[in-house]
Ligand binder design. Structure first.
Ligand code: CS2
Ligand code: MG
Length: 407
C-alpha cells in the first residue's frame, strides 16, 4: 500500500481549520488536523513545502516509522508548527489504519475503558450574576463540569475568558481581532476578587458541580502558590495554567503549598515539555492536544508516562480544534486508563457539521465516540470551497502601568 497524494485545506466556518487529506493507491484516505490557532498558514506551508513531498510513495500503515522519520529524522525538532504538521499526518495515518482494519481507532489502542467521556464547557460572565446564569444554562444542558471565568471589578478591560460584550454570554466564543487587541491585567484585583467568585458558586450550586478555572499563565509562582492554597476550601476540579508553562520548576512551589489540582499543557508540543512535571508529579492533569502535540502516536506516549505518575488527561479542546482532532482525542479518551476530562465547546453548527460529517455525539455531560472505522469524521471538499483564510491574532496583555504581560 502506498501514499499517492496529500492535500491541505485552510478555512472553515468562523475558523481557519487546517485539514490534511492523505490519499492511497487503494482508494482509502485519511484525515488530520493541523490547526495552529492564529498561525494557521504556517503548518499548512510546512506540510506542503517539506513533509508531503517525502510522504508520497511511503507505506501509510507504517505510522510509527513515518512519525520517527519526520521527528527524529529532522535536525530542527519540536515547536508548534512542526508538531502540528507531524500531528496531522499521524492522525490521518491512524484514520487509514482504522479504515483498513474496519475498526474505530480506539479498538487499535486496546478498546474502550468507558462508554462516555466526561466533558466541561466554558461558563462566563461579566460579573458573578452573569456567570451564575451561564452556569445554570450549562447545568440545564446536562453538563456536570464547567470552567468558570468572571469579569474582575475595576479591571480596565475585559478579563481573560469572558465572552465579548453584546455577545451571548451563555456560549463562550473568542472573537480574535484582525490585529492584536489589548487586554489590561491586574494581579492584585484578580487575587482579591476570584476567591469570592468560587465562594458564591459553591453556595449557589453546592458541592457536586465540578468547577474548573483557567488563570491563563498570569501569576508569578509565589502568587500562584498562595492563591491555590487560599481556594482549597472550594474544592476546584482543577486550576489551569497558574504560571507560564515553560517554567516547569515553578510548579514545585505551588505543589509544596497546596493540594488544589493543577492542569497544564495546552501550549506544549512534546513529551519533553512536560516530562519533568509528570515525573515529579507536579501536575494532576496534562492538557496537551493531538493537534500540536504530534498526533495520536506522541500523545499516547505521554498518556502512558502520565498514567505511571498519577496524572490524568484533560486534553485541550478550544474551538480552534477541528472535529478531526476532537475525534482523535475522543478515541484516546475512550481508551486511556488515566482519562480525566475533555474540554468541549460545541462546534456543531450546521456549517461545521456539513464540512466535517460525523456520528460522534454529546449527551448529558458526556462525549460518545462513534463506531465508524478510523477516526469517524469525513471532510466535504465541495463545502470547503466556501471558505478561505482570514488572518486573526491572539490579544496582547499589559499590566496597568503598561508593562507587557503573558496572554
Ligand atoms: C484556553 C484557550 O481553552 C483554553 O483553556 O486557554 O482557549 C486558549 O486561550 C486558546 O486556545 C488560545 O489559542
Ligand atoms: Mg486554557
Amino acid at each position: 500500500m502506498k501514499i499517492t497524494d496529500a492535500k491541505v485545506f485552510v478555512g472553515g466556518p468562523g475558523k481557519n481549520y487546517v485539514t490534511l487529506k492523505i490519499m492511497t493507491d487503494e482508494g482509502i484516505y485519511g484525515l488530520g488536523d493541523a490547526t495552529l490557532n492564529n498561525r494557521e498558514t504556517l503548518p499548512a506551508k510546512f506540510l506542503g513545502d517539506y513533509l508531503i513531498p517525502c510522504l508520497i510513495g511511503m507505506d501509510p500503515r507504517k505510522s510509527e516509522d513515518i512519525w520517527q522519520y519526520f521527528y527524529r529524522g529532522a535536525y530542527f525538532r519540536r515547536g508548534p508548527i512542526s508538531m502540528a504538521a507531524i500531528g496531522a499526518i499521524d492522525m490521518a495515518l491512524w484514520d487509514i489504519k482504522g479504515k483498513i482494519a474496519g475498526l474505530p481507532v480506539y479498538q487499535l489502542f486496546g478498546g474502550k475503558s468507558r462508554e462516555g467521556a466526561l466533558v466541561y464547557a466554558h461558563a462566563t460572565g461579566a460579573d458573578i450574576e452573569g456567570l451564575c446564569d451561564s452556569i445554570s444554562y450549562y447545568l440545564s444542558e446536562g453538563y456536570q463540569a464547567v470552567r468558570v471565568q468572571c469579569g474582575i471589578p475595576g479591571m480596565a478591560d475585559k478579563s481573560y475568558g469572558v465572552a465579548d460584550q453584546g455577545g451571548d454570554s451563555k456560549h463562550f466564543i473568542t472573537q480574535f481581532g484582525s490585529l492584536p487587541e489589548q487586554e489590561i491585567w491586574s494581579t492584585e484585583k484578580y487575587l482579591q476578587f476570584m476567591p469570592k467568585v468560587f465562594e458564591e458558586i459553591r453556595s449557589r450550586f453546592g458541592p457536586e458541580l465540578k468547577v474548573l478555572h483557567d488563570v491563563h499563565h498570569r501569576l508569578l509562582p509565589r502568587e500562584a502558590a498562595a492563591f491555590a492554597k487560599e481556594v482549597e476550601p472550594f474544592n476546584l476540579y482543577w486550576l489551569e495554567d497558574p504560571t507560564p508553562a515553560e517554567d516547569q520548576t515553578a510548579l514545585r512551589l505551588i505543589r509544596q503549598h497546596s493540594t488544589t489540582p493543577i492542569a497544564i499543557g495546552e501550549v506544549f508540543n512534546s513529551l519533553w515539555d512536560c516530562k519533568q512535571m509528570i515525573e515529579e508529579e507536579l501536575i494532576d492533569f496534562i492538557r496537551i492536544s493531538a493537534t500540536y502535540g504530534g498526533g495520536i502516536t506522541h500523545l499516547r506516549r505521554i498518556v502512558e508516562l502520565a498514567a505511571i505518575h498519577n496524572v490524568r488527561t484533560g486534553f485541550h479542546g478550544a474551538p480552534s480544534h477541528s472535529p478531526i482532532s476532537m475525534a482523535a482525542q475522543g478515541h484516546l479518551n475512550a481508551w486511556a486508563p488515566n482519562f480525566g476530562i475533555q474540554e468541549y465547546l460545541v462546534l456543531g453548527t450546521p456549517e461545521c457539521d456539513a464540512l466535517f460529517p460525523a456520528e460522534h455525539f454529546y449527551q448529558d455531560g458526556m462525549f460518545y465516540i462513534s463506531d465508524a472505522p478510523g477516526l469517524g469524521v469525513d471532510f466535504d471538499e465541495q463545502q470547503s470551497e466556501r471558505y478561505s483564510f482570514e488572518r486573526t491574532y491572539h490579544p496582547v496583555v499589559r499590566l496597568e502601568d503598561g508593562t507587557l504581560w503573558n496572554y
